[in-house]
Design a protein around this ligand. Structure first.
Ligand SMILES: *[C@@H]1O[C@H](CO)[C@@H](O)[C@H](O)[C@H]1NC(C)=O
Ligand SMILES: *[C@@H]1O[C@H](CO)[C@@H](O)[C@H](O)[C@H]1NC(C)=O
Ligand SMILES: *[C@@H]1O[C@H](CO)[C@@H](O)[C@H](O)[C@H]1NC(C)=O
Ligand SMILES: *[C@@H]1O[C@H](CO)[C@@H](O)[C@H](O)[C@H]1NC(C)=O
Ligand SMILES: *[C@@H]1O[C@H](CO)[C@@H](O)[C@H](O)[C@H]1NC(C)=O
Ligand SMILES: *[C@@H]1O[C@H](CO)[C@@H](O)[C@H](O)[C@H]1NC(C)=O
Ligand SMILES: *[C@@H]1O[C@H](CO)[C@@H](O)[C@H](O)[C@H]1NC(C)=O
Ligand SMILES: *[C@@H]1O[C@H](CO)[C@@H](O)[C@H](O)[C@H]1NC(C)=O
Ligand SMILES: *[C@@H]1O[C@H](CO)[C@@H](O)[C@H](O)[C@H]1NC(C)=O
Length: 896
């Protein structure tokens, strides 16, 4: 070799190497996008992918990359990706064909893709990217089909041609909502990865995870994994449900805050990575890219736009808003009866008694233990006669080992072909759950819904349950995969596995390769609970012919149409009590508004102090259930000391008196897409102090709850937004607002504040909601800074399936004008079965002495003006709210 060739060689080498090095010269780490998301990355494996390998320079301690999340292996700027080869304008928007000329690191790269840009509404935009040639699995959710492009949209779309990228901006402000140019698109058969820039590092949503409300990636890298999984809520673990939806804050040029939402309609196992660029990366192992952007610009707008896609929450039966009592481990009916008796003799209101798996016979679904729970059917009927409802637990696993002819659910199911099968086989796949070896119904099969209805109906003849609690439906199994393991095919062993707990998709569940009617379990796993909830809702409608109540542990986007939810197997700790708040706020955004956490904690023994605080907080959960695990000490309210009982009772009575308000909120959720509980930032979007608040929340838009979440503490550090606030239920106006303050919070007190501008309908509580239905109503009127206020009330029989569709309800609006005039207007009054009598009106913030009260034009003398508290109490009214289409209550004041 001559010197010359050496030199030439060197130049060529340097040329190649130097260019490559330059492609890797991405200066800030925040611009790196992970090219090796698998667990064991190394320089060699990284370079094999033609990616860049660099340790973060200024970081001295890089023994563990997860310490920071900064990828060592990342894409060079010229990594091969797609380019546009054609585009056409269509009725719905645009259709673009994109192509990649060379394959990259994952098997079965798909080189020809179609991109549909669908201008669905003025505020909703949909991007679909799919294989141009072969049809792929798509999420079987019924979403709106838009054929005609919307005009005057608040978003504008542009593309990068080579490399292909999509850029979405908000027209009115120019803010970037979506920008996929930050990283290459990878689209292989079992590995789809794309990234987009976030508007700010502040976002909300992305459940189900145990996490604070605000996800703040200003200085942080964060990975969240989505694959339904039975695991007690812990941070950084994929939990029971899957909701790849988030809300992202935006700053407008004039320093206002807007929000937009984004929903990735994909049911395969996935990771979502967040980084401080700020950017979000989706890595899913199947389906297509089907992404929605909702332009808001308020939180309320985004929620409404999201629910237009996934469906609105179901209207719950009235009785299900009351107090629910449950425990695993009554162990026998005597314990259960004595618990309920001590509750009733201590005069606690209670609406629903539950049983857990210990009431089943050998843990078999649709049975009860006639030895330890002898007489349960009669007892349930007796409870129902007193207005108490009964809910029992049902797990999806159906025991397959009972002797033939002895267990109809399995025999019938087998005959009707409702169970999931092994891959490419008619043989059933068996897992193991409480009753031992079980088969798993495939709820995507219509035949399964009929079978489920039939076996539930047969059991309903034995015990007339009022609702169904569907647990273990991730689906959970005590063996990984199946009794016979899994296959070695690519469904059970995909080239990439998202960072699921247990490292394998089959961990504590069925093999992904198991077969369901609509597709493989690989695709449908995270929707198992969704389809079971749908089937159960249908079964209950058929059986009871009344509004169904279903409680499901596993959920998917859209589950709120069928079911309520609780946050699963939490622990009796103060920290888990805190985490319940971001959870219920998130599930409200996810469209599952009827949600709560196990009050006082499920696992571990509770303490008196924790249980008091939790009952106080739980009284303001949309779904209020005290539930306890096997072997834990009793935690029903009546099991505590007399003093503690009084405090818990006070919390319960506050809940019960507010039920008309709650019920109206549920009506608004199911008909107008409103969340029932919401975070402060949603109402005070321009107030930065609210962004990180998740230890307080609002019920509707009117009640601010500030629970004490700390042990041995007599005050709560709370934020009172700039607004008019009154102490609730007292009614005294707060003088200091717009600040963080320490509120007095001794053990006997939960801080609740009523916001000016609202009128809250309430009712005198009865022993339960059924018995209290006819009780008189009361109104609390909280004037705004302008001296006005409004409110509403929805009322029906509480249980009919179609009262909203057939308008068999009453709907009233209340309004206060600043001329001291309160009007009650009837908009709908088709429900006449029960009287609606108004007994008492409490008007807050009346700052001048009242000298006359006039009701419907006549002077009325039963009133009391409380000077120091500035409260006007009009009592003994006995006013039939339905007697006239409009009624007025006025008062005059003396100016001194
Ligand atoms: C580096 O991190 C490891 C693991 O967290 C830790 O044990 C070690 O003390 C750290 N070293 C320095 C120099 O900070
Ligand atoms: C779309 O197609 C037209 C002509 O068919 C072309 O002029 C235009 O550049 C294309 N746009 C993109 C983004 O490729
Ligand atoms: C991709 O599209 C090109 C035309 O643009 C065609 O030649 C090629 O065969 C297609 N590839 C596949 C795998 O369909
Ligand atoms: C948008 O505007 C075009 C042209 O004016 C019209 O033909 C079309 O019907 C409009 N689309 C919708 C959804 O209104
Ligand atoms: C987000 O995190 C940054 C850095 O940790 C912090 O400065 C900022 O205050 C946080 N934002 C909010 C709204 O909490
Ligand atoms: C917006 O806020 C920034 C920083 O707080 C400030 O520099 C700027 O002047 C503000 N702009 C407007 C239009 O208020
Ligand atoms: C499915 O089973 C049939 C018959 O056992 C076999 O011939 C076929 O190769 C199998 N298909 C796959 C994809 O494994
Ligand atoms: C009394 O209340 C009205 C309406 O809320 C308000 O406009 C007025 O300023 C208040 N007067 C005093 C003395 O606080
Ligand atoms: C009260 O009056 C203000 C000012 O006129 C108005 O903006 C607000 O919407 C009114 N609020 C209610 C609840 O009527």
């Amino acid at each position: 070799m001559t010197n010359l060739t050496l030199v030439i060689n060197f130049i060529v080498l340097c040329f190649v190497w130097c260019i490559f090095a330059q492609q890797c010269e991405i200066s800030p780490h925040v611009q790196r996008f992970d090219c090796y998301p698998e667990k064991e990355s190394s320089k060699e494996k990284c370079l094999e992918r033609n990616c860049c390998w660099r340790l973060p320079i200024e970081q001295t301690n890089y023994t563990d990359k997860r310490l920071t999340g900064i990828p060592f292996c990342y894409y060079p700027t010229d990594f091969p990706t797609y380019e546009i080869i054609s585009n056409e304008t269509t009725d719905f928007g645009q259709r673009i064909r994109i192509q990649k000329s060379q394959t990259t690191y994952m098997p079965h790269d798909i080189l020809n893709l179609t991109v549909d840009l669908i201008y669905e509404t003025q505020e909703r935009f949909r991007i679909r990217i799919y294989d141009s040639v072969n049809k792929r699995y798509e999420v079987p959710l019924q979403v709106p089909v838009v054929e005609k492009r919307a005009n005057n949209t608040d978003y504008e779309i542009r593309f990068g041609k080579k490399p292909f990228a999509i850029l979405v901006t908000r027209k009115s402000t120019g803010v970037t909502l979506f920008d996929s140019s930050v990283a290459p698109l990878i689209f292989a058969d079992q590995f789809i990865k794309f990234s987009t820039r976030l508007s700010t590092p502040l976002l909300y949503g992305l459940g189900e995870h145990q996490q604070p409300l605000l996800i703040n990636v200003t200085n942080e890298w964060k990975r969240l994994t989505f694959y339904s999984r039975d695991f007690p809520p812990m941070e950084n673990i994929n939990l029971y449900g899957v909701h790849p939806f988030h809300i992202n804050l935006e700053r407008t040029p004039d320093n206002q805050t807007h929000v937009h939402g984004q929903f990735f309609l994909n049911s395969n196992a996935m990771d979502i990575d967040l980084q401080p660029l700020p950017a979000i990366t989706y890595t899913t192992i199947g389906g297509i890219i089907d992404l929605y952007i909702f332009t808001g610009p308020t939180v309320e707008n985004v929620i409404e736009q999201y629910w237009d896609v996934i469906g609105k929450p179901t209207m719950p039966p009235f009785w299900s808003l009351g107090f629910h009592l449950c425990r695993w481990g009554y162990n026998n009916i005597e314990n259960m009866i004595s618990t309920l008796e001590r509750m009733q003799s201590a005069n606690f209101p209670i609406d629903v008694q539950w049983t857990d798996i210990d009431a089943m016979s050998s843990y078999l679904d649709f049975t009860y233990d006639s030895e330890h729970f002898h007489g349960l059917p009669g007892y349930v009927r007796a409870l129902q006669a007193d207005g108490i409802h009964y809910v029992n637990i049902i797990d999806p696993g159906i025991s397959s080992t009972q002797s033939a002819g002895s267990y109809i659910p399995y025999d019938e199911g087998l005959k009707r072909g409702v169970f999931m099968t092994k891959f490419n086989s008619t043989e059933l796949i068996f897992g193991k759950v409480w009753p031992g070896i079980t088969a798993f119904p495939d709820f995507t099969n219509p035949e399964t819904i009929e079978w489920w209805t039939d076996i539930a109906s047969a059991f309903h003849e034995v015990i007339p349950f009022d609702g169904m609690w569907i647990d273990m439906n991730e689906p959970s199994s005590f063996v990984d995969g199946s009794q016979d393991g899994c296959t070695d095919n690519s469904l059970d062993n995909p080239p990439f596995t998202p960072h699921v707990h247990g490292d394998a998709l089959s961990a504590k569940t069925l093999c992904p390769s198991a077969q369901q009617l609509l597709s493989s379990h690989y695709n449908l796993h995270s929707m198992y609970g969704y389809f079971e909830a749908q089937a159960t809702n249908i079964a209950l409608r058929t059986i009871r012919k009344k509004r169904p109540f279903v409680l499901s542990r596993s959920t998917f986007a859209g589950s709120g149409r069928y079911t309520a939810h609780w946050t699963g197997d939490n622990q009796a700790t103060f920290i888990d009590m805190y985490f319940s708040i971001p959870a219920i706020l998130n599930f409200n955004m996810f469209g599952i508004t009827h949600v709560g956490a196990d009050i006082c904690g499920f696992l571990l023994d509770t303490t008196e102090e924790l249980c008091v605080r939790w009952m106080q907080l739980g009284a303001f959960y949309p779904f209020m259930r005290n539930h306890n695990s096997l072997g834990q000490k009793d935690q029903d309210p009546a099991s505590f000391s007399w003093e503690v009982q009084q405090i818990m009772k006070q919390a319960l009575l506050m809940r019960y008196s507010l039920i008309p308000f709650w019920y109206t909120l549920h009506y608004e959720a199911s008909s107008k897409s409103r969340t029932i509980v919401q975070p402060l930032f949603s109402e005070y979007l321009n107030d930065k102090n609210t962004y990180n608040i998740d230890q307080q929340f609002l019920i509707g838009r009117a009640l601010l709850i500030s629970p004490n979440l700390l042990p041995e503490s007599n005050s709560v550090h709370a934020y009172i937004p700039q607004d008019v606030w009154y102490e609730f239920p007292l009614g005294v106006k707060l003088s200091n607002v717009g600040l963080f303050t320490d509120l007095d919070a001794p053990i006997s007190k939960i801080n609740v504040h009523l916001r000016g501008g609202f009128i809250i309908p309430m009712q005198i509580p009865g022993d339960n909601l059924v018995l209290g239905r006819g009780n008189p109503f009361t109104l609390v009127v909280a004037p705004s800074q302008f001296g006005n206020a409004s409110g509403n009330l929805f009322w029906d029989d509480g249980d009919s399936i179609d009262s909203i569709e057939t308008q068999t309800y009453n709907y009233l609006e209340f309004s206060l004008t600043n001329s001291n005039k309160l009007t009650i207007n009837i908009l709908v009054s088709n429900y006449k079965e029960s009287a609606m009598r108004l007994d008492l009106i409490k008007i807050l913030g009346v700052n001048t002495s009242v000298n006359n009260v006039i009701i419907n034009g006549k002077s009325y003398s039963n009133y009391l003006y409380n000077i120091p508290d500035q409260i006007l109490l009009i009592y003994g009214l006995d006013l039939d709210m339905l007697s006239q289409s409009s009624q007025t209550i006025q008062w005059t004041t003396s100016n001194k």
